[in-house]
Design a protein around this ligand. Structure first.
Ligand code: SF4
Length: 440
């Protein structure tokens, strides 16, 4: 039955040791912060939001005590308004665009106000629900893109079934987002909200293993393909795989979900990469008390693709940068335990033969990207990937080369923010509705 299963996570995990990065407001704090908003005409914060939430309106409703109205305003534009309030890089989106920034003053804390409205008033009954209508949509992957797409379509009256290969729904939101931003049980609570809109979720169901693309097309009128990305790419280090060397997404999942994960005996750790996942992991390791944490990046500090504010946060925690460096060897002791890495200098991001240094460490986390799921896309006739392994689709409607298959999220955009996945899922839902109504 749709929405009947609820998932839980083990009570003992490393992620419980993290402080909340953007803690909840209480009622007085929220009122005071909402009252600072100028309710700008043509508000730049709306333009900066990929889902175009009417930010001044929901903030005004908080200021006037209309929390249900505030939550409705958010959910009308973004069904995952709760997780977006927790994990969005607001510094470079809505808050970065707030008019206060231009005057050298602190922007409105839009993310925390959105969290306040969501925590206090998010309910399925806030959203209008259409009569049941003909049409069934099968969705591959239970990450933010599928959850937003399925929730939107369910509200429009369609049958929606999500197939997820993992045992837990939520995608990277549940297992791959830094635990100081959102915890797995909070993500599962939001998944429950989407289920309450009428969405059915079947976990432990893998495309290509438990069913084929053709079987899915036979079962449903339309498919939404959003499996995310694949396993961590270990880029030349796969031969060194073993205890102590792990991919970043796998490492974050262990911290968030595995009660057996511990940092006992880790005196020094190295994280490879310069993107936001790498910056999350170095901050996590330093916050969890690893005495020496270094970031190894193959280009210069200025070229790091991660957000500047995240790198500043890492530096404040004492993280050391080894720039223009690449690992050439992973050393292990006679017992096979990881003992260090050797580095050479890079030029233009490529390793040279010039030895740079060696670093003693007991843990290496590789955060240099994830594999693409090209073979999964090939399960559907007409669906193709570009040279970067991203699924090719129409920018506006998200329809692929197969008119019955739509796509969105990381498998299409290569790995952007949760809010981008939500936007793509919702846009695809509107296009699927048009198709099923015979309007396109
Ligand atoms: Fe309020 Fe800032 Fe948005 Fe203006 S830009 S409406 S002050 S949050």
């Amino acid at each position: 039955m749709a929405g009947s299963t609820r998932w839980t996570v083990p009570p003992e995990r490393l992620d419980l040791r993290f402080e909340d990065k953007r803690p909840s407001f209480d009622g007085k704090e929220a009122f005071a912060e909402a009252s600072r908003c100028l309710y700008c005409y043509d508000a730049p914060c709306i333009t900066a939001c990929p889902t175009s939430i009417d930010i001044p309106t929901y903030i005004r409703k908080i200021a006037t005590g209309n929390l249900r109205g505030s939550a409705r305003t958010i959910l009308k534009s973004n069904l995952l308004g709760y997780s977006c309030s927790r994990v969005c890089p607001v510094e470079v989106l809505c808050e970065g665009a707030c008019v206060y920034v231009g005057w050298g003053r602190k922007p409105i804390e839009i993310g925390r106000l959105q969290r306040f409205a969501m925590e206090n008033a998010r309910q399925p009954s806030l959203l209008p629900r259409a009569e049941k209508r003909e049409g069934s949509i099968g969705l591959v992957g239970a990450g933010p893109a599928s959850l937003a797409c399925a929730g939107t379509l369910s509200l429009l009256g369609y049958e929606t079934v999500i197939y997820e290969k993992a045992e837990l729904p939520g995608g990277l939101n549940v297992s791959g987002i830094a635990p100081q931003k959102i915890r797995a049980e909070e993500v599962l609570d939001e998944v429950g909200f989407i289920q309450d809109l009428g969405v059915e979720i079947r976990t432990g169901q893998a495309l290509g293993r438990d069913f084929s693309g053709q079987e899915l097309l036979d079962r449903h009128d339309v498919v939404f393909f959003a499996p995310g990305l694949g396993a961590d790419s270990l880029r030349g280090l796969s031969g060194a795989r073993g205890e102590g060397l792990v991919g970043a997404v796998e490492w974050i999942a262990r911290m968030k979900l595995d009660p057996g994960t511990s940092l006992d005996g880790i005196r020094s750790a190295a994280v490879l990469g310069g993107g936001n996942t790498a910056l999350d992991v170095v901050q996590e390791l330093a916050s969890l008390g690893v005495p020496e944490v270094c970031l190894v990046y193959r280009r210069s500090e200025e070229e790091m693709p991660g957000y500047e504010h995240e790198w500043l946060g890492a530096r404040k925690l004492g993280v050391r940068l080894l720039e223009q460096a690449a690992v050439t060897r992973v050393a292990r002791d006679s017992n096979g335990a990881l003992s260090g890495i050797e580095l050479v200098r890079t030029e233009g991001g490529r390793p040279t033969s010039e030895r740079l240094t060696s670093v003693e460490c007991q843990l290496v986390v590789v955060a240099t990207g994830q594999e693409r799921l090209i073979e999964l896309a090939a399960q559907f006739p007409g669906v193709a990937c570009d040279e970067l392994g991203c699924v090719i689709a129409d920018e506006e409607t998200l329809v692929t080369g197969n008119p019955r298959v739509f796509t969105g999220g990381d498998c299409r955009n290569g790995g952007k923010e949760v809010v981008n996945a939500v936007d793509e899922g919702q846009r695809a839902a509107r296009a699927i509705d048009s198709l099923l109504r015979g309007e396109s």
